[in-house]
Design a protein around this ligand. Sequence first.
Ligand SMILES: Cc1cc2nc3c(=O)[nH]c(=O)nc-3n(C[C@H](O)[C@H](O)[C@H](O)COP(=O)(O)O)c2cc1C
Length: 361
Amino acid sequence: MGSIVARFLTLHEIARKARQNLDQGAWDYLVGGADTESSLRRNRAGVESWVFKPRILNEVTEVSCATELLGHELRMPVIMPPIGSIQVFEESGAAGVARAVQEFGLLQVLSSVCLPDFEALAEQYPGPRVYQLYLIGDQAWMDDIIERAIAAGYTGFCLTADTQTYSRRERDILKRYVPLSGRVAGGGDFNYQASMTWDTVAHIKDKFDIPLYIKGVATGEDAARCAELGVDVVWVSNHGGRQLDHTRACIDALPEVAAAVDGRAPIIVDGGFMRGADVVKARCLGATAVAMGRIEGLAMAAGGYDALMDAFTILEQEVRTSMALAGVNQLDQLTPDLVTKDVSIGPAHVLSAFPFLSEGY
Ligand SMILES: Cc1cc2nc3c(=O)[nH]c(=O)nc-3n(C[C@H](O)[C@H](O)[C@H](O)COP(=O)(O)O)c2cc1C
């Protein structure tokens, strides 16, 4: 007798299963933000406030959503961002993500506070892959890590610039949960993050031949400065609402950043993008690819590699369906005139992309 393999057919089911599998501490660590969580809610409210102005009667028999980012072929304009301690959600951790990303044809940005660590992961699943580093040592320490990342086959290096100090995650503090334990393994000091400046960016560009991603850009001014310094990828992010509270939604900063960068570098955006339609909106507003952090964590928590593969399959269907219904069959036809800002349709929160959860599904 053959067995029936239960697969997830909606992202709703993945979110529900993740909630069932995680204890309160891990769940709050995944879905929570900083302070009052207004940046977290605004990310989602922002994504929901952009609506389509679809075009009709265009031929959409064949829809292609494949793209590329600095030569990396992406089956859809989605990447998996760094999620520290992802092994908290499922034991395979970064290795499960690596396997799904390679199998499906996307790109993983590995956090420096993950297991397996960057060298062990590269041995298990050789690149391409981007390495995101938190500075827990001086410049000589950083240089050594970059050299080791290049030697291990990493195809990009990412500095997270919105975390110069660790925020107050009150959800965690209220229960005395300490997700940071183990983060600074090896005796490093997180305070080095605070010493990062534009000189650090110039130093890396000057000394190393590896594409540099700057993650945490929130304004056109800083985006222009990145482009002037030759930064290879400008990454619009507020860390999923987990760092500075009371920021704009990342999607609302995107048009300003796209104008400032003016084609000099590809743009990644993240923050509240939970569905295929959200990815399509980001492409309309100038992003090359969208990073989906909570989706990565929810899917890993729901069932590791298999659930993440299901999430990718569902997302790809959603992207293609949204493109066809908006009247386009190629990503480069997604332009700002296909979207507009509209009024909010209700309170947004981290799970408001899954409205049927509250109805008991
Ligand atoms: C549980 C969790 C851990 C994270 N850890 C890191 C990290 O180690 N490094 C980093 O640059 N960003 C980290 N982020 C931020 C994500 O890379 C990404 O910017 C964010 O999740 C995007 O927002 P979204 O979750 O709404 O998609 C983390 C996010 C979450 C939810």
